[in-house]
Design a protein around this ligand. Structure first.
Ligand code: ZN
Length: 237
C-alpha cells in the first residue's frame, strides 16, 4: 500500500486533491503533504489496518485513531518517534478546528449576484434535521470514512460529497444561529464550504446540473451561496 505521491510543502489555504496526497491524509483534512516520503511512517490501528503517510499526515491520523501506533518507513529511520511525539500535541480530527488567519475576503460582484438569488436560510433549512441528531450522524459517517482510509479503501466520491454537503449545511445553520461565537463558527463554516467546493471541482460530474463550484479564491459569501444552492438542488430536500 505504498504510494508515490509527493507534493509541495503544506499550505493551509490551498488544499490539494487526495490523488496527490499520501494515504494517511484524511479526505476532510485540507492540508498538503510535508514534501517528505509518502511512506515515511505506517499508522496502524488496533485491528492492524494501516495507512502509509508523510510525517505530517501520519501524526494527524495517529492523533485521531484510538489505540493507534506508528512504524517508521523503510527510508525514514526515527519517523515513528517524531510522529508519535507530534501526535501527542494534536487533537483528534484536528483538521476540524478552525484554521487560524482565515480572514473574510471582500465578495466579488459575481458572488453578490449569486447571493442575491439564494433563498433565505430560515426558509431553505425549515425541514432540515435536528442539529444534535445531525451532528451525531455526521460524526458516525466521518468515522466510517476514516475506517475506510485505514483499511486502504477508497472513499466513494458520491458518498463523500453527500457527507460534505450535509456538513457544510450543518455549519451554515450553526453560523446563522450564532451558536458558538461568531468568529469560530464562521471560520469552521468557511472550511466546510471549501471542502465541498474542492470536491466538486475535482468531480464536476457530481455537481448538480446548472451549478458550477466556486474557485479556490472564492470569498466566504460565494461559497455559502453555493452550499445553499447545492442543498436546494439535493435529491433529499
Ligand atoms: Zn501526507
Amino acid at each position: 500500500m505504498t504510494t508515490t505521491a509527493r507534493t509541495e510543502p503544506a499550505d493551509e489555504e490551498h488544499p490539494v486533491t487526495d490523488a496527490a496526497r499520501c494515504t494517511a491524509a484524511h479526505p476532510e483534512d485540507p492540508t498538503a503533504c510535508d514534501g517528505g516520503p509518502a511512506d515515511a511512517v505506517l499508522i496502524l490501528d488496533r485491528q492492524e489496518h494501516g495507512a502509509d503517510g508523510c510525517e505530517h499526515h501520519g501524526a494527524r491520523l495517529l492523533a485521531s485513531v484510538d489505540g493507534g501506533r506508528a512504524v517508521s518507513g523503510p527510508t525514514s529511520p526515527g519517523a515513528a518517534i517524531r510522529v508519535t511525539k507530534a501526535a501527542a500535541d494534536l487533537a483528534p480530527f484536528c483538521w476540524h478546528e478552525a484554521a487560524p488567519g482565515l480572514e473574510a475576503a471582500q465578495p466579488s460582484l459575481a458572488a453578490l449576484a449569486r447571493c442575491a438569488t439564494v433563498p433565505d436560510p430560515a426558509v431553505l433549512y425549515r425541514h432540515a434535521p435536528d442539529l444534535l441528531i445531525e451532528a451525531h450522524e455526521l460524526l458516525t459517517l466521518s468515522s466510517r470514512f476514516l475506517g475506510q482510509t485505514l483499511a486502504g479503501e477508497q472513499n466513494d466520491p458520491e458518498e463523500l460529497r453527500a457527507y460534505l454537503l450535509r456538513r457544510a449545511v450543518q455549519s451554515d445553520r450553526v453560523e446563522v444561529g450564532g451558536m458558538f461565537g461568531e468568529a469560530a463558527s464562521r471560520a469552521q463554516a468557511e472550511e466546510s464550504f471549501r471542502l465541498l467546493a474542492d470536491l466538486d471541482r475535482a468531480h464536476p460530474h457530481l455537481t448538480p446540473a446548472g451549478l458550477t463550484a466556486p474557485d479556490v479564491e472564492a470569498p466566504y459569501e460565494e461559497l455559502r451561496a453555493y452550499v445553499r444552492e447545492c442543498y436546494a438542488a439535493a435529491p433529499w430536500t
